[in-house]
Design a binder for this molecule. Sequence first.
Ligand SMILES: Cc1cc2nc3c(=O)[nH]c(=O)nc-3n(C[C@H](O)[C@H](O)[C@H](O)COP(=O)(O)OP(=O)(O)OC[C@H]3O[C@@H](n4cnc5c(N)ncnc54)[C@H](O)[C@@H]3O)c2cc1C
Length: 252
Amino acid sequence: MDRRMYSARLLDKKLLSESAQCYHLEFDVPELENFAFEPGQFISMVAEDGRGKSQTRAYSIASAPRGNRFDLCLDRVDGGFFSNQLADAKLGDSVSFHGPYGLFVLRRPLVDSVWIAAGTGIAPMRGFVETLFPSATEDKSDGKHFWLVYGARHASEIYYRHYFEKAAAEHSNFHFLPTVIHPHEGWEGLRGNVEVQVRMLLLDDVGMDSLIGDAKPAQAYICGLNEMVAANRAQLKELGWDRKQIAFERYD
Ligand SMILES: Cc1cc2nc3c(=O)[nH]c(=O)nc-3n(C[C@H](O)[C@H](O)[C@H](O)COP(=O)(O)OP(=O)(O)OC[C@H]3O[C@@H](n4cnc5c(N)ncnc54)[C@H](O)[C@@H]3O)c2cc1C
């Protein structure tokens, strides 16, 4: 395992959602010309806490490889040490890290797949979309279909909503299915948690962004907090899926 330490320098920071206190962070790695990783992998960031103790936290990379740069999607956790330090970082600040690590990566050859995420579990999925659908005209998806079922508490917490909507409008084999647990008045999209929507998708219920021709997910990628990951794994097993068809990344 490569334990070499690098420094990530914060180049840009955007608030993705005020209510969720979620940030999009962009870094470069000054000591590297290329930071090589597979989309979906994570890095381990390291910092000293107030008592001089070294603390390490994992963060999924929220982008495809591009030179020595990478992005993160970060939630500020109430009372949390590392997430607050990162959320409060100023442009030009550096954070130590090692990695990349992890097996939550696109399996080859590609097959029709469902990507299931909630909250910042969207980070690896953004890397997947940037990789398979780099622009309006470029397509590296081998003609396979990808359904991104993305759960948020409120519509204002659908991170990267416009980016995914645009990618879905540009690529007929990428389907963006955001679902909201507490919809505001006038919300016309999907409602309820991701399990409900995944179930409808897999059982091809009417009203969903329906399955296209013979295309049907044969591989699932699930990312987020353990409760959501466990519920989705259990449902897929109940629907007859083999564990080899299910890749997952748990944040807690
Ligand atoms: C493989 C992996 C990838 C991850 N990727 C991301 C990512 O892309 N973006 C991201 O924001 N986080 C991600 N995390 C979570 C991240 O590593 C930290 O756990 C999180 O930032 C909280 O750290 P903290 O030091 O602020 O909180 P801590 O000081 O460690 O914890 C404070 C309290 O918050 C609770 N808590 C811990 N994590 C969470 C959480 N995620 N949501 C709600 N409550 C929590 C703890 O149980 C504890 O009670 C990932 C975790 C793993 C294992």
